[in-house]
Design a protein around this ligand. Structure first.
Ligand SMILES: Nc1nc2c(ncn2[C@@H]2O[C@H](COP(=O)(O)OP(=O)(O)O)[C@@H](O)[C@H]2O)c(=O)[nH]1
Ligand SMILES: [Mg+2]
Ligand SMILES: [Zn+2]
Length: 323
């Protein structure tokens, strides 16, 4: 049954049964219609859920998450009730060991900004690969943002960046403090919901401040953990960037976890390795010690960067052990 005055909006904050829905330039404080919760949990395990959820069939704690497109209607001039949730395009989830539940941190992210800096701290390609695999496993399009390009780039780092570009990744070099390429980045984010991740100190907050002057995020703050000591457990919120861009501020997502990612998914996550995966002699080749491995041959021929191969092998082994 469709309600007459229903409107569509996007959930920008969520806490303890209260949802802030953004609609037509306004924030509407909403609750969930009574039995919506049960219905949603069932839909989630049925079809649109990312493979990580399907694989383990964990229970979802939050049926409506930040980033969801919802239908609601007003109950007062500034309050409303959510009656329906649109299917998700993507979901970043985390597993809560204690309750064995899966929590959606943020839904419908189009773009994952993976921020590193050339120096202070120096770009760590192994850590970057880990983020890229997590992005792939969560169904997010990665955008590698290399910050602090006002500082000198070492040849080794330059080489790493070339490898990522050749592999097909989108790489944008910026300087938050000097402003290099900030307009380009802002343009790239237009019309999308983006999330930001990356190690601490690389300039994530600085980049967001540069993108949106007046945002006033604190720079040089290491502690980005969940807002302890407050009653609200803020998993995430969407920050509006201009007309139709949203940035997800997700304290719990600074280090994406690789739980429930299987070895095959790890290998597939490497775009330059993907074409060789079904060309090995053994169908179940682990691309390690097996003979006639198309992946290793491509490495020997210089078609796949050796460090990237070693990175994939090590992450695949790690996931095989944890899975
Ligand atoms: N040289 C340089 N330093 C930067 C740049 N962006 C940020 N920083 C500095 O890097 C440090 C960490 O920045 P912050 O934005 O807090 O990083 P976050 O931990 O990733 O949020 C601060 O001292 C910033 O002033 C940049 O483009 N160039
Ligand atoms: Mg910060
Ligand atoms: Zn192989």
């Amino acid at each position: 049954m469709k309600e007459a005055n229903r409107l569509q909006g996007i959930v920008i904050r969520a806490s303890a049964g209260n949802y802030t829905v953004f609609h037509n330039g306004r924030e509407v404080l909403c609750t969930l219609r009574g039995n919506l919760k049960k219905e949603l949990v069932m839909t989630e395990s049925a079809s649109r859920a990312p493979r990580v959820i399907q694989a383990k069939r964990k229970r979802l704690t939050n049926p409506v998450a930040v980033g969801d497109t919802v239908w609601f209607h007003y109950t007062t001039s500034h309050q409303g009730v959510i009656t329906e949730v649109e299917p998700r395009r993507s979901a970043v989830v985390r597993f809560i060991p204690r309750t064995k539940e899966v929590q959606v941190i943020v839904a419908n992210i189009d773009l994952l900004l993976i921020v590193f800096s050339v120096l202070e701290p120096r770009l760590d390609p192994w850590q970057l690969d880990r983020f890229l695999v997590a992005a792939y496993a969560n169904g997010l399009h990665p955008l590698i943002v290399v910050n602090k390009c006002d500082l000198p780039i070492e040849p080794q780092t330059e080489n790493h960046l070339q490898v990522y570009s050749s592999a097909g990744y989108e790489v944008i070099r910026v300087s938050a403090t000097r402003g290099d390429n900030i307009d380009l980045l802002r343009e790239r984010l237009r019309g999308q919901i983006s999330a930001v991740c990356g190690p601490s100190g690389v300039g994530k907050s600085s980049i967001l401040n540069a993108l949106q002057p007046g945002l006033g995020l604190r720079v040089g703050q290491v502690s980005e953990t969940t807002h302890k000591g407050r009653h609200t457990t803020t998993l995430a919120q969407l920050i509006r960037m201009g007309e139709d861009s949203w940035i997800a501020d997700t304290p719990g997502m600074r280090n994406l976890e690789l739980w429930a990612v299987d070895a095959q998914t790890v290998w597939e996550a490497f775009p330059e390795i993907r074409p060789y995966l079904d060309k090995c002699y053994f169908p179940d080749c682990q691309h390690d010690t097996e003979p006639d491995c198309a992946v290793k041959e491509a490495v020997e021929e210089g078609k796949i960067d050796r460090r990237r191969y070693e990175s994939a092998l090590s992450l695949a082994k790690e996931s095989a052990e944890s899975g």
